[in-house]
Design a protein around this ligand. Structure first.
Ligand code: CDP
Length: 220
């Protein structure tokens, strides 16, 4: 049985948690597409490129060297052959990723890479435009969401758990709202629920309840 599963939704809705669990359960590939936009964001920081300088971004994106490898079943993201999987998780990179993700040339390049990584094998991809643009013919599509406040709360707890200092709920909420606006308002491939995607509001649900809901919809 070949699976193609698209999971979309706003920042911090728990897409990656569900996608990872699904991939494990079904023994299929998981592709975190956000990590790739994060790698582009990191590149602009490293090269000190102004986010408004579309000409420069168009130029670097042409031959950007982003690779995804799986080590012990876990996705590792490489930029210029350096493993940046940890480095791309900072708030600075989150912001840069959100800003570069509105640029059309960036999206076209990432989508090309995403489709080539998936090839014709079974895959679960999570992102913003998977069901609407990257895999419009996906067999199963889910749109996972939650209120901005709940998503900020989850991110806050996750950061605390990871031992991060100076974690401020209000700043996280502001950041989430900013990224929601960027994602929903961009003209090219914005964040949108595909018409045929199943909406899962996770505000009041546990991870396990969300997983069960998704599996029930797949008859898996
Ligand atoms: O995990 P979180 O939801 O915070 O973000 P992410 O999935 O790692 O994605 C980082 C940024 O990349 C997001 O803020 C989106 O703007 C962008 N993105 C996108 O535009 N399209 C995708 N398919 C995936 C991510």
């Amino acid at each position: 049985m070949k699976y193609t599963i698209a999971i979309d939704g706003p920042a911090g809705a728990g897409k990656s948690t569900i996608a990872k669990l699904l991939a494990k359960k079904l023994d299929i590939l998981y592709l975190d597409t956000g990590a790739m936009y994060r790698a582009v964001g990191l590149k602009t920081i490293q090269e000190k490129i102004d986010i408004q300088d579309i000409v420069k971004i168009d130029a670097i994106i042409e031959d950007i060297n982003i690779k995804v490898r799986y080590i012990d079943g876990k996705q590792h993201t490489f930029l210029d052959d350096v493993d940046v999987s940890q480095k791309i998780r900072t708030s600075e990179v989150s912001l840069a990723a959100s800003n570069v993700a509105v640029i059309k040339s960036v999206r076209l390049k990432m989508v090309e890479l995403q489709r080539s990584i998936a090839g014709d094998q079974s895959v679960v991809m999570d992102g913003r435009d998977i069901g609407t643009y990257v895999l419009p013919n996906a067999q199963f599509k889910f749109f996972i969401t939650a209120t901005a406040e709940e998503r900020a709360k989850r991110r806050f707890l996750e950061m605390k758990e990871n031992g991060e200092k100076n974690v401020d709920y209000d700043i996280i909420l502001e950041d989430i709202k900013y990224r929601d606006k960027n994602d929903s308002n961009r003209s090219f491939a914005p964040l949108r629920k595909a018409e045929d995607a199943i909406l899962v509001d996770t505000t009041e649900l546990s991870v396990d309840e969300v997983l069960q809901k998704v599996l029930a919809n797949m008859n898996a």
